[in-house]
Design a protein around this ligand. Sequence first.
Ligand code: BGC
Length: 732
Amino acid sequence: MNKYSISLLFTFFTISIIYSQNTVAKRVQEDVINVKIDSILSLLSIEEKVAMCHAQSKFSTKGVERLGIPEIWMSDGPHGVRAEISWDSWDYAGWTNDSITAFPALTCLAASFNPNLSSQFGNSIGEEALYREKDVLLGPGVNIYRTPLNGRNFEYLGEDPYLASVMVVPYIKGVQKNNVAACVKHFALNNQEHLRSTINVEASDRALHEIYLPAFKAAVTEAGVWSIMGAYNKFRGQHTTHHELLTNKILKKDWGFDGVVISDWSSTHNTMEAALNGLDMEMGTGTDGLGTTTSNHYDYYYLASPFLKAIKQGKIEESVVDDKVRRILRLMYRTTLKPNRGFGRINNKEHHEVARKVAQEGIVLLKNENNFFPIEDKKGLTIAVIGENATRSMTAGGGSSELKPQFEISPLEGMKQRYRNAKIIHAMGYHTGPSVYDNVIPSKLNQDSLRVQAIETAKKADIVLYVGGLNKSHLQDCEGDDRQYYELPYNQEEFINQLKAVNPNLGMLLVTGNAVETPWLDKVDGLIQTWYLGSMAGHAIADVVSGDVNPSGKLPFSFPKQLKDNGAHFYGELSYPGDGTNQHYKEDILVGYRWHDTKNIEPRYAFGYGLSYSSFSISNVETNKKKYNTEDVITVSCNVNNVGNESGAEVVQVYVGKKKSKVKRALKELKGFSKVNIQSGNTKTVSIDIPVSALAYYNEDKSDWDIEKGAYIIYVGNASNNITKTLPISIN
Ligand code: BGC
C-alpha cells in the first residue's frame, strides 16, 4: 500500500466515523425528543390533545398555555410568505409590516433545471417565513401538470415526476434549514381546479406511483419534509385528505412519514375518516368554522368536539389522538421549540438577488428568428413596450399564493431602467379588471381607445415588444377554477395581428404559468416565456432581453399545438374535466411529453426545450458499460461544446426507453440531467449517473416496483424532441 492509498483510507475512515457519529448523535437527539414528547403526552388532558388537532383561527392552532406548549402559525405559500390574514376570515388583516420578497412562481424554478438554485430559493423563503414568525410554510406544490387548463399549474413544478422530484428536495431542505416546516401539497391527484372539492379521480396504480406520487415520495423520503397537505378531491371514492390508501398506507406506512398531515382549508369531511385515516390537523373548515352560533366555531370542526365525543364514547381509541399529538409535538420540536432558532431575514439584498437569479435562469427563449433578441441599447432606437402585462401586477390575485411584495418591478419599469440610450414608449392596448378570487370584474376603461392608442404607439417605434399572455384573474392562472379555453384571452390574437400589420419588427414576452395556443406564432420574430417572476420580474426580463444574461431555461412542460393534442384532453370530457362527479385519467402514464412522444404527436414546443443566444454541440456520448445488473449505476457521459459567441449554459438531458416491454411504456422518460455553464469556444465533459433501479416500472400485479430485464435505449439531447444520440444498453 503506498502513501497515497494509506491517506485515502485514513480519510475514508475519518469520514465514516464522523458520519456514523452524526447519525448516532441524531438518533440520540430523536430519542431524547421522543422521551420529552411521551412525558408531555402523559400530562395532557384529552380535551387539550384534541384542541391541538384543529384550527383555532384561519392560520393557527392552539397550544397549551399551562405547559408552555406554543401555538403553531402557518402561512402560504410556494413563492413568497403571504400577507397576514384575519383571525376568522379570509380578509387581509391590514398589517403594515408584512410585506415580503416575491420569488418567481415554481414553474419558473422548474424551468431553471438548477437544483442548486432551488436550494437557495428554499433557504431564502424559509428565512422570510422565520422572520414573519411562521412555523409552517404552506408549500411547495408538486401536483403534476396534466392539462394546460389547470388554473394552478404555475404553483407547481411541471409535468415530469423526475424533474419535480429533483427540484423539490433542495427547496424543502432549504426551508427547513431555518427550522420552519415546509408543507408539500396537495396530496394527491389534485391536477385541476375545476370542481376540485367534489371531483372523484380514477387513475391506475401505475399512473399513481409512476407519475403523480414520485415528487411527494422524494419530499418525504429524501428531503424529510415535516408536514404535508391533503387535497380537496376524492380518489377512488374517498376524500384524499383522509384516505386509507394514500395517507395511512402509502404515506405513513410505506414511506415512513413521521410529520404532520394537515388538511387543505375545508378539505375535511368526516370525523371517523379524519381520525382513522391519517389526518393530524384540520384547518379552514368553513370560513368561521361550521357553526352559525356565537360559540367558538372551531369547536364544530370534525377533529374538534365530534372527535372528542367519539373518543369519550370509546368509538375511537385514545391512542389515535396520541399519535396525532405526538406528530404535532415533534413538528414543534423541529420548529418553534427548537433552541437558538434564529430570527430570519426579510426583503434583504441576497433574497432579491436569489429571486432575480431564479428568474434569469428560468426564463425560456422559445423563438429567435433573425436574432430578434437580444435587443441592443442604441441611441436613436425606439422600443414600444406594448400590452397590459407590461405593467400589471402578477403577484396580486391567483388565489392563496397571492403576495404583498415590498416592491414588484414590472417589465416596463425593468426595461426603462436598463435601456438608457434607446427610447422606451408604452401603451396598454387592452385593460382587464382587478384580479379577485372567484369573480371576473370587467374593466371600466374603453377598450377601443386603448387599442387605437397602442397601434399608434407601435407605428412610432423601430421595435415592438408585446408583453401578453394570461394574468392572475379568475379563469386565468388562478386558484379556484380552470382556464376555459386554450387560446390567449382578451382578443390578443387579433391584437398581435394588428401590431404586426403596422410594425413588422415584432417580438413577444409571454407572461403565463401555462402553455397557450399559438396560432399567431409566425407573426412574432422573437418569443420569450417569462412566467410570473415576482419582485424582480422586470429586472430579470430586461437582463435577458438586453443580452446581459444569456437565457438557459427549458420548458418544464409541453406546449401542445392544440388542446386535443394533450393526453388528458384526447379522451374527452370524462378524462377532463370529468362528468361532474367522476374523472378518469385515461391517458394513464402517458402524461405530457410521454404522450406526445409515444403517440407521435408533434408539440408546438417540447418539454425540455429552450434556446440560448449561443449554440451548443453535444458529442462523444458514451455509457460506461453496455450491460448492467439491477444493482448497477449507469454513467452517461458526453462533451458539450459552446460553439457560439456568448458564454451560456446548456442542460444535458438523459431519457431512457425500454425496447419491446411487456407492459405499456412511454417511448422515453427523463432519468437524469445536468446544467453546465460553458464559456464561448470551450468544452466541458458532463457525466450523469442513473441507478438501474430508476428504470423500474410499478407492477400492478405485485403492487411493487419491478426492473424489467432486456434491452433499453439511452437518449441524450438538449430537449425531449432534440436527441443528439441514442445508445443501446441491456439489463441482465
Ligand atoms: C389552498 C391551499 C392553501 C390554503 C390556505 C387553499 O385554498 O388550496 O394551497 O395553502 O388554501 O390558504
